[in-house]
Ligand binder design. Structure first.
Ligand code: SF4
Length: 210
């Protein structure tokens, strides 16, 4: 059994917080164990709780559509949440629940070692961008721990407010460019340690794409 599957088994059996009582099943996360991009959402909803998979409802379909626009499929990325059991009536996760579930995410990140972590919604954003507002920082990368943290609107929020669609698509295009630039930088840096500073900005003709 792989380390990732071992973590998933622990999550499926977990009773560390009160959300365990109301779940049909826990949702450990799903996707490519070697993914360059990891998406971290909020928590399972109705469909996710039934199927044991993240982002399988309308938000998931939209996420797949957005990935398709940058030449990726769901299988290319890893998708998970900050809590792995559905909060009752889809309420916000509570601080003790977020804290109880945090170690699983740290362990998944340590195994997958994504080059970019994209946060979907305010609870995953708060983990790496405390006290920030998504309207102010969406699409703005932070370089830390040798990887990129990248805040995005939650797909459900965009579905509720279609005027955000072009903004979301632009943020996805930028995300792809960031990964490409990061890989290029690392290739050139070769044996140097991963950067804590942003790689050099792309040349102007690439910036004009946005
Ligand atoms: S939400 Fe996380 S910590 Fe709470 S029971 Fe589920 S897996 Fe365990």
């Amino acid at each position: 059994m792989s380390e990732l599957e071992k973590i998933a088994e622990e999550i499926r059996a977990c009773t560390l917080c009160g959300l365990a009582k109301g779940r049909t099943q826990a949702v450990p996360g799903d996707g490519n164990p070697n993914a360059a991009i990891m998406f971290v959402g909020e928590g399972p909803g109705f469909h996710e709780d039934k199927q044991g998979l993240p982002f399988v409802g309308a938000s998931g379909h939209y996420l797949e559509e957005l990935l398709g626009k940058i030449g990726l499929q769901r299988e290319d990325v890893f998708i998970t949440n900050v809590v792995r059991c559905r909060p009752p009536q889809n309420r916000d996760p509570l601080r003790p629940e977020l804290e109880a579930c945090a170690d699983y995410l740290d362990r998944q990140i340590a195994v997958i070692r994504p080059r970019l972590i994209a946060t979907l919604g305010r609870f995953s954003m708060a983990r790496w961008f405390p006290n920030e507002k998504i309207t102010a920082i969406h699409g703005k990368p932070k370089y830390q721990d040798g990887r990129i943290y990248y805040p995005l609107f939650h797909p459900a929020a965009v579905l509720r407010n279609p005027t955000l669609r072009p903004v979301m698509e632009e943020d996805f295009q930028r995300m792809k460019q960031l990964i490409d630039d990061f890989d290029k930088y690392m290739e050139e840096a070769k044996d140097s340690p991963p950067p804590d500073e942003p790689p050099p900005p792309p040349p102007p003709q690439q910036l004009s794409l946005f």
